[in-house]
Design a protein around this ligand. Structure first.
Ligand code: NDP
Length: 278
């Protein structure tokens, strides 16, 4: 039976480290959030970010713009925060209204204030193995893996999902650690090859958003399974991996909820501290 990899325990340890760094610094840190329009999902994230920031002695400064705001106006707003020396980090809340392109917008946040690690400069540093700031979800996955002292070299790491916030940065990070990395996506599934790749995985990371996509009996004996997916099924939240069967085979597995989720906001705070260089 697998051991559970719970994000909260690691998050609590990291928060203590972050808090002591913040307290020891003469510099006050401020995280500025911009939300465009109102969205119940981002309201939940903003509340959690604010609570976490304040617990760590970081000022949280929330800005809300009208849903009809133009991209140009949002960019001007970001530039104002870029130029404000009292602002240490900027986060643009997702989802943005349909008339806005996040990939374009994220390029206007100064790389030094890009606490989500989405600016092309920060993304580019991942290729050279020099990233200090990883996108928060990818960073959370790496924290979970590092917490069990995995020796990455030569391990078969299979990542399902190739988004910019999870699969792509993780693929490069694990490659840099000399894991043998396979990235699966919709093309893999359409070709009927997902199962064969998953069966090889010593380290399996799944970030798709489809409940039960990964059958529990595909999981290799003693594999480490990180399930990033969040899916609502009836009144329950589940991941992308069939947990009960996978738990019998894996050596470590993240529960959903309670695995990756509790760590991501802590990674945002760590990125802020890193970005500020304290
Ligand atoms: P995206 O929608 O950006 O990416 C999903 C990925 O899954 C894409 O690469 C897509 O490939 C791939 N995919 C879709 N269908 C299949 C399939 N049938 N077989 C294989 N691959 C498939 O999602 P995110 O990366 O933003 O999020 C993924 C999941 O993780 C979601 O459930 C989300 O809620 C959750 N999440 C959890 C977080 C946490 O803190 N725990 C934080 C962020 C996300 P293609 O593009 O080729 O179609």
């Amino acid at each position: 039976m697998a051991k559970l990899l719970e994000g909260k325990l690691i998050a609590d340890q990291l928060k203590n480290i972050i808090k002591s760094k913040v307290l020891a610094s003469s510099r006050r840190l401020k995280l500025s959030s911009i939300q465009v329009g109102v969205n119940p999902a981002s309201d939940v994230y903003i509340k959690s970010q604010k609570k976490n920031a304040e617990l760590l002695g970081i000022e949280y400064d929330a800005h809300t713009l009208e849903k009809e705001t133009s991209e140009e106006r949002l960019i001007e707003y970001i530039q104002k925060l870029n130029d404000d020396a009292s602002v240490s980090g900027i986060i643009v809340q997702m989802p943005l209204p349909l008339h806005m392109d996040y990939k374009k917008i994220s390029q206007y946040i100064k790389p030094e204030k890009d606490v989500e690690g989405m600016h092309p400069v920060n993304m580019g540093k991942i290729i050279f193995g020099k990233a200090r700031i990883l996108p928060c979800t990818a960073a959370a996955v790496m924290e979970l893996l590092n917490s069990i002292g995995i020796h990455y070299s030569g391990k078969e790491a299979v990542i399902v999902g190739h988004s910019e916030i999870v699969g792509k940065p993780l693929a490069l990070t694990l490659l840099d650690k000399l894991a043998t990395v396979t990235v699966c996506h919709i093309g893999t599934s359409k070709a009927g090859k997902l199962e064969e790749h998953v069966r090889r995985a010593d380290i399996l990371i799944v970030a798709v958003g489809r409940a039960g996509l990964i059958k529990g009996d595909w999981v290799k004996e003693k594999a480490v399974v990180i399930d990033v997916g969040i899916n609502r099924v009836g009144d329950k939240i589940v991941g992308d991996v069939e947990f009960e069967e996978a738990e019998k085979r894996a050596s470590f597995i993240t529960p959903v909820p309670g695995g990756v989720g509790p760590l991501t906001v802590t990674m945002l705070m760590r990125n802020l501290v890193e970005a500020a260089g304290i």
